[in-house]
Design a protein around this ligand. Structure first.
Ligand code: 7XF
Length: 402
């Protein structure tokens, strides 16, 4: 397939242009504007010998859709391009991306160092899953990279974090952490779900791998589950042939690949609107007398605002806040809401609100949440794409009523 993006002598194209055009030339597909959806599980070999050569990796071609599919292949090349990486691998869910990557490389005796705060199921995988296989996971406060310097040792295989972190919005300095990890021979994995490559490109800052829940902004419409792993070509081949083909089978449907390719066309536009709406919501909440605190990287009052400004081109669509009176008061606000939808997940057109302690982060015990920076009253908003005045009005009404 031809790459329409890198014609020589042209200046490098912007992210929106690449998200719309990279890797696809309509002339290769009868002039079809939209890339075709290849709904096929298997592929015909011209001869038995040719099939054997493709299987052996001696000839280009598709074998079976657990290992590769042309629609998914375009999605993978486009995401790799947006992330500034050599290659990408699409998976059936964000958890599928994370597990496929880890099961490719982990052996018993390995150690992982991770930040205090993680999405609930990643935390469960680390604390309840890996411990059964002799893999040690240590949580440190990565907002201070010096803590990694003290914790890292020669058994540390991976350093793993989210930035911004789900659900409390902690920011981790990707370049500083990557320098320390590499000096010790460890590899860095960044969950870039919240920021997307439009806002932060961890590979360009030194990370070795990026993982995504593509269920969120990349898909963008709340109609699918999917994940992505991004990294060096050689390692993506390993994750495909070991982590996906043999260890997890966490394969994406080509239909979902097509929906994500459609979502990517508006990714930059959506991230601009999500960020602009979130900024206004955060400012309104920060000024409201019923609100105890607000964490949004774009607020000057946010403790890591300087780092966020350096590492993020926009501040994203997610806000964490707490109503005075803690969970009970927050619950009353959520109950009183119109239009804003009470639901987990994030990155959709609809503004979503949820309570991590009883929903996305119920995998932590109450004591663990306290130790990991997740307060019981924290409420998370994923700012949607509606007109911001309507979102603000809905929130203000609920805050007053409650
Ligand atoms: O397997 P999924 O596609 O749901 O992705 C897992 C995942 C990985 N990393 C981050 C930062 C995530 O936020 C997620 C999924 N989080 C949703 C949420 O926080 O609302 C899941 C709903 S329980």
């Amino acid at each position: 397939m031809s790459n329409t993006s890198n014609a020589s002598n042209n200046p490098p194209e912007g992210l929106a242009t690449r998200a719309i055009h990279f890797g696809y030339n309509p002339q290769d597909e009868h002039g079809a504007l939209t890339p075709p959806l290849h709904l096929t599980s298997t592929y015909a070999f011209e001869t038995a010998e040719a099939g054997g050569e493709i299987f052996a990796g001696e000839r280009e071609g598709f074998v079976y859709s657990r290992v590769g599919n042309p629609t998914t292949d375009l999605l993978e090349r486009r995401i790799a391009n947006l992330e500034g990486a050599e290659a990408a691998l699409a998976t059936s869910s964000g958890m599928g991306a994370i597990t496929a990557l880890f099961w490719t490389y982990l052996e018993s005796g390995d150690e992982i160092i991770t930040d205090l705060t993680l999405y609930g199921c990643t935390f469960a995988l680390f604390s309840h899953g890996f411990s059964r296989f002799g893999i040690k996971v240590t949580h440190i406060d990565m907002t201070d990279p010096a803590n990694l310097e003290s914790a890292i040792n020669d058994k540390t295989k991976f350093v793993y974090f989210e930035t911004p972190a789900n659900p409390n919005m902690r920011i981790v300095d990707i370049a500083a952490i990557s320098r320390i990890a590499h000096a010790s021979g460890a590899q860095v994995i960044v969950d870039n779900t919240y920021a997307t490559p439009i806002i932060t490109r961890p590979i360009e800052l030194g990370a070795d791998f990026v993982v995504h829940s593509a269920t969120k902004y990349l898909g963008g419409h709340g109609d699918l589950l999917a994940g992505i792993v991004v990294g060096r070509l050689e390692q993506m081949i390993e994750v495909r042939t070991i982590g996906i083909k043999d260890m997890t089978g966490a394969v994406i449907s080509p239909f979902n690949s097509m929906l994500i390719l459609r979502g990517l066309k508006t990714l930059e536009l959506r991230m601009e609107r999500h960020s602009a709406n979130a900024m206004e919501i955060a400012q309104m909440l920060a000024a409201h007398t019923a609100v105890d605190w607000v964490n949004y990287p774009g607020l000057e009052s946010f403790t890591q605002h300087d780092l966020a400004t350096r590492q993020m081109s926009m501040f994203g669509g997610i806000i964490a806040f707490e109503v005075k009176g803690g969970f009970d008061a927050g619950n009353r606000v959520m109950y009183a809401l119109n239009m804003i939808t009470r639901a987990v997940s994030l990155g959709d057109a609809e503004t979503l609100i949820q309570h991590p302690a009883s929903m996305t982060h119920i995998t932590y015990t109450e004591e663990e949440r306290a130790a990991h920076g997740i307060s019981e009253g924290l409420v998370r908003i994923s700012a949607g794409l509606e007109n911001v005045d309507d979102i603000l009005a809905a929130l203000q009404r609920a805050l007053t009523q409650a």
